[in-house]
Design a protein around this ligand. Structure first.
Ligand SMILES: Nc1ncnc2c1ncn2[C@@H]1O[C@H](COP(=O)(O)OP(=O)(O)OP(=O)(O)O)[C@@H](O)[C@H]1O
Ligand SMILES: [Mg+2]
Length: 328
């Protein structure tokens, strides 16, 4: 059975509403309901919720909606994306979504996911295995991701995209003892909170929602300059592969890039030749990484400045939880 909403609603809306009412985005650790930050992405923050009936949940809080309908529609799209990925043969952890009322008239989505062992997330796994295993893991991830492009090739009118970075995959049924990556190792894809779904070429998420975390005056400019480019690359298998490898710089593992590319280019010519993707070059990966690093560092800098103005000068609430220093 595909993973997903296997059971009744796992998390009581009342609890999430209480968390939202008591959450100070400037210091989430103060929330009396006991939430724990599990990870920071470029856009959102993932936290662990107190366990309910022996089950632990991770969730992403998206404080970006101006109406209940907008918040609900996003949850529907999130669920659809999870289900479609499962149809492509990609495992996703059990999921659900709840929208609650935020501060100052906004609506907030909590996108829930079964909480996994942090050690099983691939950007952690890769640091604990040999070079051979690490390269094999990258190959396996590319093969898993291929399910999406196999689906897209069918031309059903729907196309899916995927953010294939290492931190977005986790080893399924991870076992600390005797851990090794072999052909039977299964993966979960965990970064499903941005539903990349196009219907007849039309993006189903409102891209501007993703820019809500930027200062207002910059949103139109950003939408015009790079929103299309940034979203577009998640639909292009070759770009997703380049992104996965560029990520090795961020993981401080640049020595894996060359052996990794050799293996992937071999795969693209053999097992994945159906996609007719031209070989990936080291120079493209390095160039892409430098540009990407610049864009996200700039974006975070602008958001920190906006938070400073809102909270220190205007003495207003700032809705987003921003990461501390990120090692890139
Ligand atoms: N279900 C989960 N269980 C445990 N840890 C998780 C889970 N989901 C996410 N994490 C942790 O949080 C990190 C960020 O999660 P994820 O990649 O889903 O979000 P993101 O990168 O913040 O997304 P975006 O950049 O699209 O906002 C993961 O790399 C992982 O360390
Ligand atoms: Mg991520």
């Amino acid at each position: 059975m595909a993973d997903g909403t296997r059971e009744n609603r796992p998390f009581d809306k009342k609890i999430l509403q209480e968390i939202e009412d008591n959450l100070d985005p400037a210091d989430p650790s103060k929330c009396p309901m006991g939430i724990e930050i599990l990870g920071y992405g470029e856009i959102s923050t993932v936290f662990g919720l107190p366990s309910v009936a022996g089950r632990s949940w991770a969730c992403k809080r998206l404080p970006i909606f101006t109406s209940e309908k907008e918040a609900q529609d996003y949850i529907e799209l999130y669920k659809k994306y999870n289900l479609k990925l499962s149809e492509c043969g990609i495992n996703v952890p059990q999921f659900d979504g709840v929208s609650v009322i935020g501060h100052g008239g906004i609506y907030v989505d909590y996108l829930l996911q079964e909480r996994l062992d942090e050690a099983s997330v691939c950007h952690n796994v890769i640091h604990g295995v040999s070079e051979d295993h690490a390269v094999f893991m990258l190959e396996r991830i590319v093969c898993e991701a291929a399910g999406v492009w196999r689906f897209n090739k069918k031309k059903t009118g729907m196309a899916l995209g995927l953010d294939g970075q290492l931190s977005n995959w986790a080893v399924k049924d991870f076992n600390h003892e005797n851990f090794k990556i072999d052909p039977d190792t299964k993966f979960y894809f965990i970064d499903t909170s941005t539903p990349f779904i196009r219907k007849n070429g039309m993006e189903q998420i409102n891209g501007r929602l993703l820019l809500k975390s930027a200062p207002k005056i910059l949103q139109s400019l950003l939408a015009w300059i790079f929103l299309k480019d940034i979203i577009g690359r998640y639909y292009n298998f070759r770009d997703v592969i380049i992104d996965l490898f560029a990520n090795l710089h961020k993981e401080q593992l640049p020595d894996l890039i060359d052996p990794g590319i050799d293996r992937i280019n071999h795969l693209l010519e053999n097992g994945l030749s159906e996609f007719k993707i031209k070989p990936v070059l080291r120079s493209e990966i390095d160039k892409y990484y430098n540009e990407d690093k610049f864009i996200w560092a700039l974006y975070l800098g602008v958001r920190r400045f906006d938070r400073y103005v809102k909270t220190r000068i205007l003495r207003r609430r700032y809705e987003f939880i921003l990461p501390g220093k990120i090692k890139r």
